[in-house]
Design a protein around this ligand. Structure first.
Ligand SMILES: Nc1ncnc2c1ncn2[C@@H]1O[C@H](COP(=O)(O)OP(=O)(O)O)[C@@H](O)[C@H]1O
Ligand SMILES: [Mg+2]
Length: 204
């Protein structure tokens, strides 16, 4: 059975699409067969895939009413299905979360992200789907990190030990249809994404 991983977070700009493409490339490099599904009408994942033009990492864009069928089709085609979701789309998000084996919730170090994460976690709990929080855009030190971690810990949430730093490499690679690990294989970005991919794979 294919494993379905849904990248969800009700707050926009948290890093869903960024984490998804970085993880996809790292998982493919570790031998996973992938099918990606873009449920976000903004279609940033689809644009990335068009620039990339890589048959190993196919992306299917689906309208909300086609989401269920798109997920089932992807699950027949690959061992791992990674699903990109829009920010505010309660019904669609709920349907994707229900079909998922794991929900990845990116969270930046800010109280706003921690609050939005709480709402996404509640949805996962209602749908009985496992969820893991991945801290994203973590500054080199301090900032709102401590406060965010305290808020997340109170919710009893599962936080991945693999976090991503704030690095321009992620956005520059994205615009080239690539991942940071491909642009600079020895970078910190490549290391931390590798650790994230391995953590997620170990949870599936
Ligand atoms: N770790 C990071 N370091 C630097 N920029 C990031 C990082 N994560 C995301 N970004 C940038 O933040 C913006 C929003 O990220 P995106 O992945 O599109 O969020 P979402 O899909 O949740 O709306 C993008 O411009 C992206 O390049
Ligand atoms: Mg996005």
């Amino acid at each position: 059975m294919a494993k379905i991983v849904v990248f969800a977070q009700q707050k926009g700009g948290a890093g869903k699409t960024t984490l998804l493409v970085q993880t996809a490339v790292a998982m493919a490099a570790r031998g996973c067969t992938l099918a990606l599904v873009d449920l976000d009408p903004q279609r940033s994942l689809t644009r990335w895939a068009e620039i990339r033009n890589d048959p190993e990492i196919p992306v299917d864009a689906a309208a909300d009413w086609q989401a269920g069928a798109a997920l089932r089709k992807a699950a027949r085609a690959a061992g791992h299905v990674l699903v990109d979701c829009p920010g505010n789309a309660d019904i669609l998000l709920r349907a994707a979360v229900r079909q998922a084996d794991l929900v990845v919730i990116p969270c930046q170090p800010s109280p706003m992200d921690a609050w939005a994460t709480g709402a996404t976690l509640e949805m996962c709990a209602r749908e009985k789907t496992r969820a893991v929080i991945v801290l994203n855009r973590v500054p080199p030190r301090g900032g709102a990190m401590e406060e965010t971690l305290r808020m997340l810990a109170e919710s009893g949430a599962d936080i991945s030990p693999a976090a991503l730093g704030a690095r321009v490499a992620y956005s520059t690679a994205f615009l080239q249809g690539r991942a940071a690990s491909e642009v600079s294989p020895r970078s910190r970005a490549a290391q931390e994404v590798g650790a994230l991919a391995e953590d997620l794979m170990s949870r599936l």
